[in-house]
Design a protein around this ligand. Structure first.
Ligand code: AMP
Length: 369
């Protein structure tokens, strides 16, 4: 992922794929033109890289020149095309091949046709590396197209976003979701995830999703989901993956414009971790870190029994159920440490101490993300 000015872009078309597309264009044009000596005309600024690579590959004698037109402002193609450098040579009777980096609306191409209307060239051939069929709204024939692409804003290989990105050898696509910070707050029941999440969500302007809280809300409101979850929760068992994953996706969707999420109590299984990765990927985002509160079992049991006196949670008041929840954590959930550690995303934090001290420890990790 790269950042240009205020926007984030993700890899889209590799240097190698571009090279293959350029070669195909060269082969097609060279075969069709035979011994004709063409004048290749690049449209500046965007086409400088294409023209350079193209003519290096062109197997026969040719001429190269440029005209300079400007159409883009920010990420939107404008109607208003400015002629910055026009034609500087007589092209009467010549075969002219326009080399464009990209054709989207076709406004620039219309201007090109206007420029050549009275030049008396033998033929005007249009060749473009990238072509966005969904955006093109003109009738001019495109003789050679390197690659058709969807209607996405792209940068790299000559194409820019407000001046930046032209130098990149690969092509990148604008991310639909901009930068998010997504954290999995991890730890056994009673580690203090809920308490800490309340501080962190304020400090970093994140949405806190606690799957346990969402289930309890549904139980309180006697929804179908609540009734289903209750039978598992009462025993300290995990609610089935698909039920939990569907519920979590809905919670994420409810907050489409969020700066990021703190996931608390999710994922608890490998299947949930994979589903979360997919969910983030669909949002053009990712999990940045798993931050784990590490606390001894006996401290946990003590804390949960204490909390049970006031929380009203049935699963907090019975020591056997508490121990089962901790056991579930170690048998089903703790393996997720490896899942995130393998991606260098695991950060363990000592969860014993005052609430303030632990918040400071977590903040130290989050500030570095
Ligand atoms: P918690 O409030 O996170 O301790 O969760 C309380 C209970 O809700 C758990 O013991 C499970 O029964 C259920 N639960 C919460 N999150 C999940 C999850 N990600 N997967 C399965 N069950 C969950």
């Amino acid at each position: 992922m790269i950042k240009l000015h205020d926007l984030y872009f993700k890899p889209f078309i590799s240097e190698k794929e571009i090279d293959t597309a350029v070669q195909t264009m060269v082969d097609g044009i060279a075969a069709d033109l035979g011994d004709e000596v063409p004048v290749f005309i690049g449209i500046l600024n965007g086409s400088f890289m294409l023209v350079s690579d193209f003519v290096k590959k062109y197997p026969k004698p040719c001429e190269v020149t440029f005209i300079k037109l400007a159409s883009y402002e920010g990420v939107k193609s404008t109607e208003d095309i400015q002629r910055l450098i026009g034609l500087t040579q007589d092209l009467t009777g010549r075969t002219v091949v326009i080399l464009e980096d990209i054709i989207d609306s076709g406004n620039t191409l219309e201007e090109v046709h206007r420029i050549f209307k009275n030049e008396n060239v033998k033929q005007l051939i249009i060749a473009t590396l990238f072509y966005k069929p969904e955006a093109y709204n003109k009738d001019f024939k495109l003789h050679y197209v390197g690659m058709e692409i969807p209607n996405k804003f792209i940068v790299g290989y000559g194409l820019d976003y407000n001046g930046l990105g032209r130098d990149l050898p690969d092509v990148y696509q604008l991310k639909t979701t901009q930068h998010m910070t997504n954290i999995v707050l991890f730890g056994p029941p009673g580690a203090g995830k809920g308490t800490q999440a309340n501080f962190l969500k304020e400090k970093y302007d994140l949405i806190h999703i606690s799957t346990g809280d969402v289930f309890r809300f549904n139980i309180k409101n006697e929804t179908a989901l609540g009734m289903l979850a209750k039978s598992f929760m009462d025993k300290g068992e995990l609610v089935p993956d698909q039920v939990t994953i569907d519920m979590l996706s809905k919670e994420v969707e409810k907050n489409a414009g969020a700066n990021g999420f703190i996931f608390d109590g999710f994922p608890r299984t490998n299947a949930q971790a994979k589903a979360l990765d997919e969910l983030m990927e669909n949002k053009d985002s990712q999990i940045n870190a798993m931050v784990a509160l590490e606390v001894d079992d006996e401290v946990l049991v003590e804390r949960l029994l204490e909390r049970g006196k006031t929380s009203g949670r049935t699963d907090d008041s019975d020591e056997n159920i508490i121990r089962n929840r901790i056991k579930q954590y170690y048998t089903k959930t703790a393996i997720l440490k490896d899942y995130y550690a393998d991606q260098n995303k695991y950060f363990g934090v000592d969860g014993v101490g005052s609430i303030e001290d632990i918040t400071v420890r977590l903040g130290t990790v989050l500030d570095k993300l």
